[in-house]
Design a protein around this ligand. Sequence first.
Ligand code: S3P
Length: 435
Amino acid sequence: MTEIVLPGDKSITQRALILAALAEGESRLSGLLAGEDPQATASVLRALGVDVPPPPVDGSEVRVRGVGLNGFKAPERDLDFRNSGTGARLMMGVLAGQSISAILTGDASLRSRPMRRVTEPLSEMGATFLELGESDRLPIRISGGPLNPLTYESPVGSAQVKSALLFAGLTGGAVTSVSESTASRDHTERMLTMVGAPVISHEVEGRWQVELRDPPKAILPLDFAVPSDFSSAAFFLVLGLLGGAGPELTVRRVGLNPTRTGMLGVLARMGASPQDLTHSYDVPPDSPSEPIGDLTVRPTILKGIEIGEADTPAILDEIPILAVAASRADGLTRLTGARELRVKESDRITALVENFRSLGVAVEELDDGLEIEGSDRPVRGEVDAFDDHRIAMAFAILGALPGNDITIRNRDIVDVSFPGFWTILDRLAPRAGSG
Ligand code: S3P
């Protein structure tokens, strides 16, 4: 039996760094992800006057002395979030409530992603934004200050939008209520509650509503261990199910927040039985902190299924690797209701379709998804990462399956969320990366 332990969760690491920076007192954080995205956020926080060390690769504890909810200093340089949409959007919310002005920017991928989904509701709260390049895109100058209360029906199901608005309510001292059609990942709600800024979540007329009813004047420091990233585990779960990691593979102590683990149900619908795909909890799913447990997979035969809009919030970042699973399943998989994939680190629908086509996998592009005809024919060739860590890792897993051989152009992009990915893959499936 093979066991692996994976790096910290990207979403939770970003929030832990931000909340530690805003706390009154010293936070102790361990298990932080040392990937490029959190490193970018840590460096932005340093530019704003918070002494945040770079997250270490071994996940060892770091201490961060917070500057309070309104303690940032005006930065002397542009705030460069590099590839990180979460960093940029969450920090827009944080900065909206601070009486300073700053220019936010990022790499070419981030500068091609929509920002009005965040700047429009933040403008309603009273922050001002100046788009310095193309409309709806970074670079953007933000000027913040005390904010007005907001009740907002988010037109997109996005944890980044929801979190940005809650963070704005926190730093801007404004009662904030956000609703979304289906609950997106709830790390911000859990962590705000942990630091003494309780968020109330409930269903209202068929929508999921989260409310910061009583923004505090100060928040408590965190003493917190970040769990491993389920979205990183997802790649190796599929490798194991498709027979690329030996008879049994266990991923230890991974985050199992139910707003993130929708892929387990989708894989069960694809035919993975409870013996092929098992999970057990160290911290149970109803815990107010983050649920944690082990996942074990064994090789099996998967079948094609329909994946629809109701599935997407809880499988959002796993769609590239689920598409790879579908390409090795029996029959057709049809994914719809996933238009948001077009505005991720790449247009993931186009990236998947182009890469599958170049490898000879039968795919059809849909406006809001794709259809994939599964096959067990060996696939060989070269594909592009499209500046997108998850596209690179999904095709790396396909290439690591017995009989396949795929070279990934720009493969170092995996460091955005998963430094060490290639080392683990080489250990589990030694032929991988030979191309
Ligand atoms: C994230 C939210 C999701 C997800 C991203 C991380 C977060 O994005 O795709 O990888 O940490 O809040 P959206 O909020 O744009 O859906």
